[in-house]
Design a binder for this molecule. Structure first.
Ligand SMILES: Cc1cc2nc3c(=O)[nH]c(=O)nc-3n(C[C@H](O)[C@H](O)[C@H](O)COP(=O)(O)OP(=O)(O)OC[C@H]3O[C@@H](n4cnc5c(N)ncnc54)[C@H](O)[C@@H]3O)c2cc1C
Length: 379
Protein backbone atom coordinates (compact mmCIF):
# COMPACT_ATOMS: atom_id res chain seq x y z
CA UNK A 1 0.00 0.00 0.00
CA UNK A 2 1.38 3.42 -0.98
CA UNK A 3 -0.17 6.56 0.48
CA UNK A 4 2.08 8.95 -1.47
CA UNK A 5 0.88 10.80 -4.55
CA UNK A 6 2.73 9.71 -7.70
CA UNK A 7 5.15 12.17 -9.27
CA UNK A 8 2.70 13.22 -12.01
CA UNK A 9 -0.01 13.90 -9.42
CA UNK A 10 2.45 15.95 -7.36
CA UNK A 11 3.46 17.93 -10.45
CA UNK A 12 -0.20 18.59 -11.31
CA UNK A 13 -0.94 19.64 -7.73
CA UNK A 14 1.95 22.06 -7.73
CA UNK A 15 1.08 23.63 -11.10
CA UNK A 16 -2.62 23.99 -10.19
CA UNK A 17 -1.62 25.44 -6.81
CA UNK A 18 0.49 28.17 -8.39
CA UNK A 19 -2.24 28.88 -10.97
CA UNK A 20 -4.79 29.22 -8.16
CA UNK A 21 -2.53 31.49 -6.08
CA UNK A 22 -1.93 33.70 -9.11
CA UNK A 23 -5.29 33.72 -10.87
CA UNK A 24 -8.08 32.52 -8.56
CA UNK A 25 -7.23 33.66 -5.03
CA UNK A 26 -7.10 37.39 -5.87
CA UNK A 27 -10.61 37.17 -7.40
CA UNK A 28 -12.39 35.02 -4.80
CA UNK A 29 -13.91 37.86 -2.76
CA UNK A 30 -14.96 39.70 -5.92
CA UNK A 31 -16.60 36.53 -7.31
CA UNK A 32 -18.61 36.20 -4.09
CA UNK A 33 -19.69 39.83 -4.19
CA UNK A 34 -20.48 39.95 -7.92
CA UNK A 35 -22.33 36.60 -7.85
CA UNK A 36 -20.47 35.52 -10.96
CA UNK A 37 -17.12 34.21 -12.15
CA UNK A 38 -15.40 36.47 -14.71
CA UNK A 39 -15.31 34.91 -18.18
CA UNK A 40 -11.58 35.74 -18.28
CA UNK A 41 -10.99 33.35 -15.36
CA UNK A 42 -13.13 30.62 -16.96
CA UNK A 43 -11.04 31.07 -20.13
CA UNK A 44 -7.82 30.64 -18.14
CA UNK A 45 -9.17 27.49 -16.48
CA UNK A 46 -10.19 26.21 -19.93
CA UNK A 47 -6.69 26.82 -21.26
CA UNK A 48 -5.25 24.91 -18.28
CA UNK A 49 -7.36 21.92 -19.38
CA UNK A 50 -9.32 22.01 -16.13
CA UNK A 51 -12.69 21.48 -17.80
CA UNK A 52 -11.71 18.24 -19.50
CA UNK A 53 -9.31 16.79 -16.97
CA UNK A 54 -10.18 13.11 -17.23
CA UNK A 55 -11.80 13.15 -20.65
CA UNK A 56 -9.77 11.11 -23.15
CA UNK A 57 -7.42 13.05 -25.43
CA UNK A 58 -9.32 11.79 -28.50
CA UNK A 59 -12.22 14.02 -27.40
CA UNK A 60 -9.99 16.99 -26.62
CA UNK A 61 -9.63 16.17 -22.93
CA UNK A 62 -6.44 16.20 -20.87
CA UNK A 63 -6.47 12.40 -20.55
CA UNK A 64 -5.75 12.47 -16.81
CA UNK A 65 -7.27 10.20 -14.18
CA UNK A 66 -10.06 10.72 -11.64
CA UNK A 67 -7.59 11.45 -8.83
CA UNK A 68 -6.12 14.28 -10.93
CA UNK A 69 -9.63 15.69 -11.34
CA UNK A 70 -10.18 15.52 -7.56
CA UNK A 71 -6.86 17.31 -7.00
CA UNK A 72 -7.85 20.08 -9.43
CA UNK A 73 -11.24 20.62 -7.72
CA UNK A 74 -9.61 20.53 -4.27
CA UNK A 75 -6.91 23.06 -5.14
CA UNK A 76 -9.30 25.47 -6.86
CA UNK A 77 -11.82 25.20 -3.98
CA UNK A 78 -9.13 26.11 -1.45
CA UNK A 79 -9.37 29.62 -2.86
CA UNK A 80 -12.81 29.75 -4.49
CA UNK A 81 -15.54 27.16 -3.92
CA UNK A 82 -17.69 28.69 -6.69
CA UNK A 83 -14.99 28.00 -9.27
CA UNK A 84 -14.48 24.53 -7.78
CA UNK A 85 -18.10 23.54 -8.27
CA UNK A 86 -18.15 24.98 -11.81
CA UNK A 87 -15.44 22.45 -12.72
CA UNK A 88 -16.98 19.64 -10.68
CA UNK A 89 -20.57 19.92 -11.95
CA UNK A 90 -19.35 20.37 -15.52
CA UNK A 91 -17.05 17.33 -15.40
CA UNK A 92 -18.86 14.86 -13.18
CA UNK A 93 -22.46 15.69 -13.96
CA UNK A 94 -22.40 16.49 -17.68
CA UNK A 95 -19.22 15.11 -19.28
CA UNK A 96 -19.15 11.87 -17.30
CA UNK A 97 -22.62 10.56 -18.20
CA UNK A 98 -21.92 11.21 -21.89
CA UNK A 99 -18.56 9.45 -21.59
CA UNK A 100 -20.10 6.52 -19.69
CA UNK A 101 -23.44 6.08 -21.47
CA UNK A 102 -23.15 7.98 -24.76
CA UNK A 103 -23.02 6.41 -28.21
CA UNK A 104 -19.82 6.95 -30.23
CA UNK A 105 -21.65 9.64 -32.24
CA UNK A 106 -22.83 11.43 -29.06
CA UNK A 107 -19.31 11.39 -27.63
CA UNK A 108 -17.87 12.80 -30.85
CA UNK A 109 -20.48 15.54 -31.02
CA UNK A 110 -20.72 16.64 -27.39
CA UNK A 111 -17.45 15.89 -25.61
CA UNK A 112 -15.00 18.11 -27.58
CA UNK A 113 -16.89 21.39 -26.90
CA UNK A 114 -17.29 20.35 -23.25
CA UNK A 115 -13.62 19.36 -22.89
CA UNK A 116 -12.52 22.71 -24.30
CA UNK A 117 -15.04 24.59 -22.16
CA UNK A 118 -16.70 26.12 -25.25
CA UNK A 119 -19.85 24.67 -23.68
CA UNK A 120 -20.33 24.50 -19.93
CA UNK A 121 -22.21 21.41 -18.80
CA UNK A 122 -24.84 20.80 -16.15
CA UNK A 123 -27.34 18.21 -14.95
CA UNK A 124 -31.08 18.92 -14.77
CA UNK A 125 -32.56 16.45 -12.32
CA UNK A 126 -34.12 18.35 -9.40
CA UNK A 127 -37.68 19.71 -9.52
CA UNK A 128 -39.75 21.60 -6.96
CA UNK A 129 -41.43 18.37 -5.80
CA UNK A 130 -38.55 15.98 -6.52
CA UNK A 131 -35.26 16.54 -4.67
CA UNK A 132 -34.00 13.67 -2.52
CA UNK A 133 -36.55 11.48 -4.30
CA UNK A 134 -35.88 12.10 -8.00
CA UNK A 135 -37.98 9.06 -8.99
CA UNK A 136 -40.95 11.36 -8.37
CA UNK A 137 -39.98 13.87 -11.06
CA UNK A 138 -42.84 15.28 -13.14
CA UNK A 139 -41.12 16.63 -16.27
CA UNK A 140 -42.51 14.53 -19.11
CA UNK A 141 -41.42 13.50 -22.56
CA UNK A 142 -43.39 12.00 -25.41
CA UNK A 143 -42.41 10.71 -28.81
CA UNK A 144 -43.06 13.13 -31.63
CA UNK A 145 -42.24 12.08 -35.18
CA UNK A 146 -38.61 11.03 -35.14
CA UNK A 147 -37.82 12.78 -31.85
CA UNK A 148 -39.23 13.76 -28.48
CA UNK A 149 -41.09 16.69 -26.92
CA UNK A 150 -40.26 17.60 -23.32
CA UNK A 151 -42.40 19.66 -20.92
CA UNK A 152 -41.89 20.54 -17.27
CA UNK A 153 -39.56 22.50 -15.04
CA UNK A 154 -36.23 22.15 -13.26
CA UNK A 155 -34.80 24.02 -10.28
CA UNK A 156 -31.42 24.65 -8.60
CA UNK A 157 -29.30 23.81 -11.66
CA UNK A 158 -25.59 24.48 -11.07
CA UNK A 159 -23.97 26.01 -14.19
CA UNK A 160 -27.47 26.36 -15.71
CA UNK A 161 -26.98 30.07 -16.39
CA UNK A 162 -24.27 29.35 -18.98
CA UNK A 163 -26.96 27.82 -21.23
CA UNK A 164 -24.56 25.14 -22.42
CA UNK A 165 -25.08 21.38 -22.59
CA UNK A 166 -27.49 19.81 -20.11
CA UNK A 167 -28.27 16.24 -19.15
CA UNK A 168 -32.01 16.45 -18.63
CA UNK A 169 -34.18 13.81 -16.97
CA UNK A 170 -37.85 13.34 -17.84
CA UNK A 171 -40.45 10.62 -17.49
CA UNK A 172 -42.34 8.92 -20.29
CA UNK A 173 -44.83 7.39 -17.85
CA UNK A 174 -45.09 8.58 -14.24
CA UNK A 175 -46.87 5.38 -13.18
CA UNK A 176 -43.63 3.49 -13.87
CA UNK A 177 -41.85 5.70 -11.28
CA UNK A 178 -38.05 5.37 -11.67
CA UNK A 179 -38.40 2.90 -14.53
CA UNK A 180 -40.20 5.52 -16.63
CA UNK A 181 -37.32 8.01 -16.54
CA UNK A 182 -35.03 8.69 -19.52
CA UNK A 183 -32.05 11.01 -19.95
CA UNK A 184 -31.56 13.48 -22.81
CA UNK A 185 -28.61 15.59 -23.93
CA UNK A 186 -30.04 19.03 -24.54
CA UNK A 187 -28.76 22.37 -25.78
CA UNK A 188 -30.00 24.86 -23.19
CA UNK A 189 -30.00 27.71 -25.69
CA UNK A 190 -32.78 25.94 -27.66
CA UNK A 191 -36.26 27.40 -28.08
CA UNK A 192 -38.46 25.83 -25.41
CA UNK A 193 -35.90 26.30 -22.61
CA UNK A 194 -36.65 29.40 -20.55
CA UNK A 195 -34.60 30.65 -17.62
CA UNK A 196 -36.95 31.53 -14.77
CA UNK A 197 -34.23 32.90 -12.48
CA UNK A 198 -30.72 32.56 -11.11
CA UNK A 199 -31.06 32.10 -7.34
CA UNK A 200 -29.50 34.34 -4.71
CA UNK A 201 -27.75 32.20 -2.12
CA UNK A 202 -25.99 31.90 1.24
CA UNK A 203 -22.72 30.72 -0.29
CA UNK A 204 -21.02 29.66 -3.55
CA UNK A 205 -22.47 32.90 -4.83
CA UNK A 206 -20.35 32.93 -7.95
CA UNK A 207 -21.97 29.69 -9.07
CA UNK A 208 -25.15 29.92 -11.12
CA UNK A 209 -28.12 28.09 -9.57
CA UNK A 210 -30.78 28.33 -12.23
CA UNK A 211 -34.47 27.43 -12.51
CA UNK A 212 -35.89 26.55 -15.92
CA UNK A 213 -39.29 26.16 -17.51
CA UNK A 214 -39.29 23.58 -20.32
CA UNK A 215 -42.10 24.24 -22.76
CA UNK A 216 -42.50 22.02 -25.82
CA UNK A 217 -38.77 21.48 -26.15
CA UNK A 218 -38.28 19.43 -29.34
CA UNK A 219 -35.21 17.22 -29.31
CA UNK A 220 -34.08 14.75 -31.99
CA UNK A 221 -34.01 10.99 -31.37
CA UNK A 222 -30.21 11.21 -31.16
CA UNK A 223 -30.44 13.20 -27.92
CA UNK A 224 -31.64 10.20 -25.94
CA UNK A 225 -28.73 9.19 -23.67
CA UNK A 226 -28.57 5.44 -23.14
CA UNK A 227 -31.85 3.61 -23.57
CA UNK A 228 -35.39 4.68 -22.80
CA UNK A 229 -36.12 3.93 -19.15
CA UNK A 230 -32.41 3.92 -18.24
CA UNK A 231 -32.45 7.50 -16.95
CA UNK A 232 -32.70 6.73 -13.25
CA UNK A 233 -29.70 4.40 -13.40
CA UNK A 234 -27.75 7.06 -15.35
CA UNK A 235 -28.66 9.67 -12.71
CA UNK A 236 -27.62 7.48 -9.79
CA UNK A 237 -24.31 6.42 -11.37
CA UNK A 238 -23.59 10.00 -12.35
CA UNK A 239 -24.20 11.19 -8.79
CA UNK A 240 -21.86 8.50 -7.44
CA UNK A 241 -19.06 10.11 -9.44
CA UNK A 242 -20.26 13.63 -8.68
CA UNK A 243 -19.95 13.01 -4.96
CA UNK A 244 -16.19 12.60 -5.36
CA UNK A 245 -16.13 16.10 -6.88
CA UNK A 246 -18.23 17.57 -4.04
CA UNK A 247 -15.99 15.82 -1.49
CA UNK A 248 -12.94 17.34 -3.20
CA UNK A 249 -14.63 20.75 -3.13
CA UNK A 250 -15.43 20.36 0.58
CA UNK A 251 -11.88 19.18 1.28
CA UNK A 252 -10.49 22.25 -0.47
CA UNK A 253 -12.78 24.63 1.44
CA UNK A 254 -11.72 23.04 4.75
CA UNK A 255 -8.03 23.23 3.82
CA UNK A 256 -8.33 26.88 2.81
CA UNK A 257 -9.99 27.78 6.12
CA UNK A 258 -7.52 25.69 8.12
CA UNK A 259 -4.47 27.35 6.52
CA UNK A 260 -5.83 30.77 7.42
CA UNK A 261 -6.78 29.75 10.99
CA UNK A 262 -3.36 28.20 11.62
CA UNK A 263 -1.53 31.30 10.36
CA UNK A 264 -3.82 33.64 12.30
CA UNK A 265 -3.39 31.69 15.55
CA UNK A 266 0.38 32.14 15.33
CA UNK A 267 0.16 35.83 14.63
CA UNK A 268 -2.66 36.99 16.94
CA UNK A 269 -1.54 37.90 20.46
CA UNK A 270 -3.75 38.12 23.55
CA UNK A 271 -2.71 38.05 27.21
CA UNK A 272 0.84 38.69 25.96
CA UNK A 273 1.05 35.42 23.99
CA UNK A 274 0.17 34.09 20.54
CA UNK A 275 -3.27 32.48 20.84
CA UNK A 276 -1.71 29.31 19.33
CA UNK A 277 -0.04 28.84 22.72
CA UNK A 278 -3.43 28.29 24.37
CA UNK A 279 -4.33 24.62 24.56
CA UNK A 280 -7.97 25.43 23.71
CA UNK A 281 -6.80 26.71 20.31
CA UNK A 282 -4.25 23.91 19.84
CA UNK A 283 -6.94 21.26 20.36
CA UNK A 284 -9.21 22.95 17.84
CA UNK A 285 -6.38 22.90 15.28
CA UNK A 286 -5.70 19.22 15.98
CA UNK A 287 -9.35 18.23 15.53
CA UNK A 288 -9.66 20.31 12.35
CA UNK A 289 -6.54 18.71 10.91
CA UNK A 290 -7.75 15.15 11.63
CA UNK A 291 -11.03 15.88 9.83
CA UNK A 292 -9.13 17.20 6.80
CA UNK A 293 -6.69 14.29 6.63
CA UNK A 294 -9.47 11.67 6.92
CA UNK A 295 -11.49 13.52 4.27
CA UNK A 296 -8.51 13.45 1.93
CA UNK A 297 -7.92 9.73 2.45
CA UNK A 298 -11.58 8.88 1.79
CA UNK A 299 -11.80 11.17 -1.24
CA UNK A 300 -8.61 10.01 -2.92
CA UNK A 301 -9.56 6.38 -2.25
CA UNK A 302 -12.99 6.79 -3.86
CA UNK A 303 -11.30 8.45 -6.86
CA UNK A 304 -8.83 5.56 -7.09
CA UNK A 305 -11.65 2.98 -6.94
CA UNK A 306 -13.62 4.73 -9.70
CA UNK A 307 -10.50 4.92 -11.84
CA UNK A 308 -9.87 1.19 -11.30
CA UNK A 309 -13.39 0.39 -12.48
CA UNK A 310 -14.26 -1.11 -9.10
CA UNK A 311 -17.49 -0.54 -7.13
CA UNK A 312 -17.25 2.79 -5.35
CA UNK A 313 -20.82 3.96 -4.59
CA UNK A 314 -20.51 3.45 -0.82
CA UNK A 315 -17.03 4.98 -0.76
CA UNK A 316 -18.15 8.05 -2.71
CA UNK A 317 -21.08 8.52 -0.31
CA UNK A 318 -18.66 8.20 2.63
CA UNK A 319 -16.15 10.71 1.31
CA UNK A 320 -18.88 13.19 0.39
CA UNK A 321 -20.56 12.86 3.79
CA UNK A 322 -17.35 13.09 5.81
CA UNK A 323 -15.68 15.84 3.79
CA UNK A 324 -18.80 18.02 3.73
CA UNK A 325 -19.44 17.73 7.46
CA UNK A 326 -15.73 18.39 8.04
CA UNK A 327 -15.86 21.50 5.85
CA UNK A 328 -18.79 22.89 7.84
CA UNK A 329 -17.05 22.09 11.14
CA UNK A 330 -13.60 23.36 10.12
CA UNK A 331 -14.89 26.64 8.69
CA UNK A 332 -16.96 27.24 11.85
CA UNK A 333 -13.90 26.65 14.04
CA UNK A 334 -11.77 28.81 11.74
CA UNK A 335 -14.13 31.70 12.45
CA UNK A 336 -13.91 30.98 16.19
CA UNK A 337 -10.11 31.06 16.07
CA UNK A 338 -10.28 34.43 14.30
CA UNK A 339 -12.63 35.77 17.00
CA UNK A 340 -14.53 38.89 15.89
CA UNK A 341 -12.34 39.29 12.82
CA UNK A 342 -13.58 35.90 11.58
CA UNK A 343 -17.07 37.34 11.34
CA UNK A 344 -15.93 40.20 9.13
CA UNK A 345 -16.00 39.78 5.36
CA UNK A 346 -12.40 40.95 4.93
CA UNK A 347 -11.15 37.76 6.64
CA UNK A 348 -12.00 35.09 4.13
CA UNK A 349 -13.11 32.43 6.60
CA UNK A 350 -16.51 34.15 6.70
CA UNK A 351 -17.01 33.37 3.00
CA UNK A 352 -15.67 29.85 3.39
CA UNK A 353 -18.14 29.16 6.23
CA UNK A 354 -21.00 30.23 3.93
CA UNK A 355 -19.59 28.22 1.02
CA UNK A 356 -19.13 25.03 3.05
CA UNK A 357 -22.79 24.43 3.96
CA UNK A 358 -23.98 23.54 0.46
CA UNK A 359 -21.64 20.56 0.31
CA UNK A 360 -23.89 18.87 2.90
CA UNK A 361 -26.92 19.40 0.65
CA UNK A 362 -26.30 19.01 -3.07
CA UNK A 363 -25.73 15.74 -4.91
CA UNK A 364 -27.56 14.05 -2.04
CA UNK A 365 -27.97 15.47 1.46
CA UNK A 366 -26.03 14.04 4.41
CA UNK A 367 -29.17 12.11 5.36
CA UNK A 368 -29.28 10.55 1.87
CA UNK A 369 -25.56 9.63 2.10
CA UNK A 370 -26.26 7.87 5.41
CA UNK A 371 -29.10 5.99 3.71
CA UNK A 372 -26.76 4.89 0.89
CA UNK A 373 -24.06 3.76 3.33
CA UNK A 374 -26.38 1.96 5.77
CA UNK A 375 -28.22 0.21 2.93
CA UNK A 376 -24.91 -1.12 1.65
CA UNK A 377 -24.09 -2.38 5.14
CA UNK A 378 -27.43 -4.12 5.57
CA UNK A 379 -27.84 -5.83 2.20
C1 LIG B 1 -26.90 25.55 -4.68
C2 LIG B 1 -27.56 24.31 -5.17
C3 LIG B 1 -27.09 23.70 -6.34
C4 LIG B 1 -27.72 22.56 -6.83
N1 LIG B 1 -27.30 22.02 -8.03
C5 LIG B 1 -28.08 21.07 -8.63
C6 LIG B 1 -27.83 20.66 -9.98
O1 LIG B 1 -26.86 21.08 -10.62
N2 LIG B 1 -28.70 19.79 -10.57
C7 LIG B 1 -29.76 19.26 -9.90
O2 LIG B 1 -30.49 18.48 -10.50
N3 LIG B 1 -30.01 19.61 -8.60
C8 LIG B 1 -29.20 20.51 -7.96
N4 LIG B 1 -29.47 20.90 -6.66
C9 LIG B 1 -30.54 20.25 -5.93
C10 LIG B 1 -30.05 19.43 -4.73
O3 LIG B 1 -29.41 18.26 -5.18
C11 LIG B 1 -31.26 19.16 -3.83
O4 LIG B 1 -31.59 20.42 -3.22
C12 LIG B 1 -30.97 18.13 -2.77
O5 LIG B 1 -30.81 16.86 -3.35
C13 LIG B 1 -32.09 18.04 -1.73
O6 LIG B 1 -33.37 18.05 -2.32
P1 LIG B 1 -34.47 19.09 -1.76
O7 LIG B 1 -33.85 20.43 -1.74
O8 LIG B 1 -35.72 18.90 -2.51
O9 LIG B 1 -34.70 18.65 -0.24
P2 LIG B 1 -35.70 17.50 0.27
O10 LIG B 1 -35.50 16.28 -0.52
O11 LIG B 1 -37.07 18.08 0.36
O12 LIG B 1 -35.13 17.27 1.73
C14 LIG B 1 -35.47 18.09 2.84
C15 LIG B 1 -34.87 17.43 4.09
O13 LIG B 1 -35.45 16.12 4.28
C16 LIG B 1 -34.41 15.15 4.34
N5 LIG B 1 -34.86 13.91 3.74
C17 LIG B 1 -35.45 13.73 2.53
N6 LIG B 1 -35.69 12.44 2.31
C18 LIG B 1 -35.23 11.76 3.40
C19 LIG B 1 -35.18 10.39 3.79
N7 LIG B 1 -35.64 9.42 2.99
N8 LIG B 1 -34.62 10.08 4.98
C20 LIG B 1 -34.12 11.06 5.80
N9 LIG B 1 -34.15 12.37 5.49
C21 LIG B 1 -34.69 12.71 4.31
C22 LIG B 1 -33.25 15.77 3.56
O14 LIG B 1 -32.02 15.16 3.93
C23 LIG B 1 -33.35 17.22 3.97
O15 LIG B 1 -32.76 17.40 5.22
C24 LIG B 1 -28.81 22.00 -6.13
C25 LIG B 1 -29.25 22.60 -4.94
C26 LIG B 1 -28.65 23.74 -4.48
C27 LIG B 1 -29.20 24.40 -3.22
Amino acid sequence: MDFDLKEDHKALQSSVRSFVDREVKPLAAQIDEAHSIPQSLIDKMRRMGMLGSYLPEEYGGSGLDILSYAIVVEEVSKACASSGILISAHTSLACDPILSFGSPAQKEEHLPPLASGDKIGCILLTESEAGSDPAGLATTYRKDGGGYVINGSKIFITNGGYLGTGILFATGDRSLKHKGISAFIVDLSSPGVDVLRNESKLGIRGSYTTSFAIRDLHVPAESLLGEEGQGFKIAMETLNGGRIGVAAQALGIAEGAFERALAYSRQRKQFGRAISEFQAIQFKLADMYIGIETSRLLTYRAAWLKQAGRPYATESAMCKLHASETATYVTKEAIQIHGGYGYITEYEVERMFRDAKITEIYEGTSEVQRLVISRALLT
